[in-house]
Design a binder for this molecule. Sequence first.
Ligand code: CU
Length: 256
Amino acid sequence: MTRSIRYLFFGLIVGSFGIVCALPLSEAALLDGLMGGVEESLAKRAEEKGERLVIGNFYQAERPDSHAPIGVMQDHTHNKGEFMFTYRYMQMFMDQNRDGTNNLSTSDVLNAYVIAPLQMTTQKHIFSAMYGLNDTVTLMAMLPYVMKSMDLENRAGTKFITNASGFGDTKLAALWRLYAFETPSLGAHRFHLNTGISLPTGDIHPTDNTPLGNNSLLPYPMRLGSGTVDLLPGLTYTGVYNDVTWGFQALGTVRL
Ligand SMILES: [Cu+2]
């Protein structure tokens, strides 16, 4: 019988801050000039209301909501020459074991396995940088420093703690501006394409001292990286109307 053990978990992102340096705005999104018919009817509609259609305004550094909530990455693009550095701290705590949706006691787990996990804490210090290469492409690089700690118990009743820490996987991305339009009555609507790659710089063979011996290979959840080169394709939309901002993002991880 195979049994899947999962952890109940909840995550908490504690804090982040960034610095933005802004330079003047201009426009050059990928779909500019290809939206002829749509753009014409938008412009006509705006004109009828005595408004002006604005194309290509992707980033308003002066608005606090020009960035998505902290856990959302690659949510915005930058204008040419702008750069931004960000530091994020993330903590995740996991506790108790489950088989599907059923809670398991530690002895339930020890009936099936020689060692049972009790709890686990993951902390990440995430450093990232963005740079507006031109008015179409924004480059992004991100590197986390990962610290993992897991409490375990074996069948002999011995409790022990294992730790693994180091740099995780490196992510490099290019965000491609597709199209942005706004009028006072329609609000602002912005679309960009996410293309990225994740490089396996994180250690997938972490070791620590355990009752099984010194420098024992730690289990899968203690790995600091995926061990794979990944493609990170995606599409992002953000909308703004007066003081309200919302967004939608689909981001994939394709492990090569
Ligand atoms: Cu940025």
